[in-house]
Design a protein around this ligand. Structure first.
Ligand code: ADP
Ligand code: TYD
Length: 218
């Protein structure tokens, strides 16, 4: 199925990567640079799981409680459905810029790559939640661009342990994060036009420069 990207007046970006790869460090900078480039646009910085009052409650459970892996996948998509219908789509229809810290690529990476659910099952959920009609055509609502912060699982773990207490996912081992990373790379290779690869082993300044160059081309 084609992806629905250019039929809304707004623009949708997502940030992705394994925990500790640098999303949070760069998302604020990206948002501020976009605001300079497009001063008339409203910018909405949001996140998954979360981004709505219900989604934030689901996030609390998802990041802290152990649960069946299918329950985990379903709650990720429940949070996403609420996020799409009450925040993301209304913003895109108004012409705003939406930047989401994680979106569906995270579900493929963590619930398929990491946890071992089948890609077929996640394809079903993605199709159910993200299919939209536009005229006669059916599309999959996806971000226009996804910035994938790519880093080895070992370095990401070192960076995390230097700064924060682990949540339920961050407690998992390097093998888990290697599988998550590999699934991200597989998704990126399937949709190279959507993904911007960021080598997170580079310095913060280098990455900021790469983001700035990207914004200049928008
Ligand atoms: P994420 O949001 O992807 O989990 P963070 O942005 O919180 O990752 O980054 C994890 C840690 O790594 C933070 O302490 C941050 O300061 C540090 N960090 C982020 N990017 C870099 C980088 N390019 N080089 C060195 N350290 C970095
Ligand atoms: P994250 O948003 O990265 O929080 P923090 O910045 O505090 O580390 O963490 C959310 C966690 O949820 C992260 O470990 C990835 C996981 N996750 C999934 O497993 N599946 C999903 O679909 C999403 C959106 C997140």
């Amino acid at each position: 199925m084609k992806t629905l990207t250019h039929h809304y007046p707004g623009t949708f970006f997502s940030f992705e990567g394994i925990d500790g790869a640098g999303k949070s460090t760069h998302i604020q900078y990206f948002s501020e640079e976009l605001a300079c480039r497009f001063p008339d646009k409203k910018i909405i910085l949001t996140r998954e799981p979360g981004g709505t009052p219900l989604g934030e409650k689901l996030r609390q459970s998802l990041l802290n409680e152990s649960m069946d892996i299918r329950t985990e996948a379903l709650l990720m998509f429940a949070s996403r459905q609420e996020h799409l219908s009450t925040v993301i789509e209304p913003a895109l229809m108004r012409g705003d810029i939406v930047i989401s810290d994680r979106f569906t690529d995270s579900s493929f990476a963590y619930q398929c790559g990491g946890r071992g659910l089948s890609i077929r099952d996640l394809d079903v959920l993605e199709t159910w939640v993200q299919t939209r009609q536009y005229g006669q055509q059916t599309f999959l609502l996806q971000p226009q661009l996804t910035f994938l912060f790519d880093l080895s699982a070992e370095v990401a773990q070192q960076r995390r342990s230097a700064t924060r207490n682990p949540d339920k996912f961050e407690e998992l081992d390097v093998d888990f994060f290697n599988r998550v990373r590999n699934e991200y790379l597989r998704r990126a290779s399937q949709s190279p036009e959507r993904f911007v690869m960021i080598d997170s082993s580079h310095s913060i300044q280098d990455i900021q420069q790469q983001l700035k160059t990207c914004i200049a081309k928008l």
